[in-house]
Write a new protein. Structure first.
Length: 320
């Protein structure tokens, strides 16, 4: 039965994420790595607009913000019409056409999450398109079916789908395991004052970071964070307790891919140098890089750091 809805267009905001911790627990025979990570959604999102078309053709356009002249507000939209076969939005559309139903749509993705930054942008885009196509065409029998399918399209995509569908007023936090297909939500009340910073235009592919990890750590295993302890601290946190436990929480915020990514992109080291000039309580890298995260004690310290770093022409800087 055709479950196509009467809705002709939808707009989806696909939030990114940061890894509060990232441990690597070995490698599968197919080359993918087992992870144990605490992820948190952030208040920065790509915008996806999907419009139905009658011709059963799919047209995908990406637009990203790049530095422009002052009269344009400092940023302009750059349109990208060439979509590679590994693009996650294309993968979702191809999969839906092959396994569910034929359809036609114009899909516009406005990138606010930097490509290759480790903020989960491509996974968020895949999850957002999956949700949008389901809204327009009735692809799935249930939300559970949608979430299960999302894991096909990337290690962070199931987290992104669950974060989007959680309908929370607060950040979605979860422990993510396996190769990303195991997502266990955490009832966390912790709130952080965070800044995301990277060299504008820099990127590190997840595949390259994991390959470098295997070279540096032949055991293919590296545990830097006690995630059980971190979860306990996050679940205990309210504004008062978090302040008391903040040092303990920050001590567990680490990333096993930091050294491998650092050996791929020397810009990460320079980014960390800039971040450290703002006196953060802690710095880390998210995902496979190249985006670095600074944690601050309060909003005043965060704002001061942002105002300082946004003046640096070579940096991409966002409060998250």
């Amino acid at each position: 039965m055709d479950k196509t809805t009467q809705i002709k267009q939808c707009t989806i905001f696909c939030n990114g994420k940061i890894n509060l911790s990232l441990n690597i627990l070995g490698q599968k025979e197919d080359g993918y790595h087992y992870i144990d990570s605490i992820m948190q959604s952030i208040d920065l999102a790509d915008k996806i607009k999907i419009t139905k078309q009658k011709d059963n053709l799919v047209n995908i356009v990406f637009k990203e913000w790049v530095k422009g002249k002052a009269k344009s507000g400092g940023q302009i939209k750059k349109t990208i019409n060439t979509i590679g076969k590994e693009n996650t939005v294309k993968k979702v559309c191809d999969w839906v056409k092959k396994h569910k139903k034929d359809f036609g749509a114009d899909i516009e993705v406005v990138k606010n999450l930097p490509i290759g930054g480790g903020l989960g942008g491509s996974s968020a885009d895949a999850a957002g398109v999956l949700v949008g196509l389901d809204l327009l065409f009735g692809i799935f029998d249930s939300t559970k079916d949608l979430i299960k399918t999302s894991a096909i399209f990337g290690s962070d995509t199931k987290f992104a789908a669950e974060a989007f569908l959680s309908d929370l007023d607060t950040p979605f936090v979860a422990r993510v395991g396996g190769t990303g297909e195991i997502v266990k939500p955490i009832n966390s009340n912790a709130r952080f004052f965070c800044l995301a910073v990277m060299k504008a235009g820099d990127s590190v592919s997840a595949g390259a970071a994991f390959q470098q990890f295997d070279k540096i750590y032949p055991s293919k295993n590296l545990i830097l964070s006690d995630n059980d302890k971190l979860i306990e601290l996050l679940m205990q946190s309210n504004s008062t307790r978090q302040q008391n436990n903040l040092d303990k929480i920050l001590a567990q915020i680490n990333n096993a891919l930091f050294v491998p990514a650092l050996s791929i992109s020397d810009h990460i080291s320079h980014t960390m140098d800039w971040l450290n000039k703002t006196n953060p309580l802690k710095t880390t890298m998210t995902g496979s890089g190249a985006c670095c995260i600074g944690f601050y004690k309060d909003k005043k310290s965060l704002t001061k750091a942002y105002n300082f770093l946004k003046k640096i022409e070579s940096l991409w800087v966002k409060i998250i």
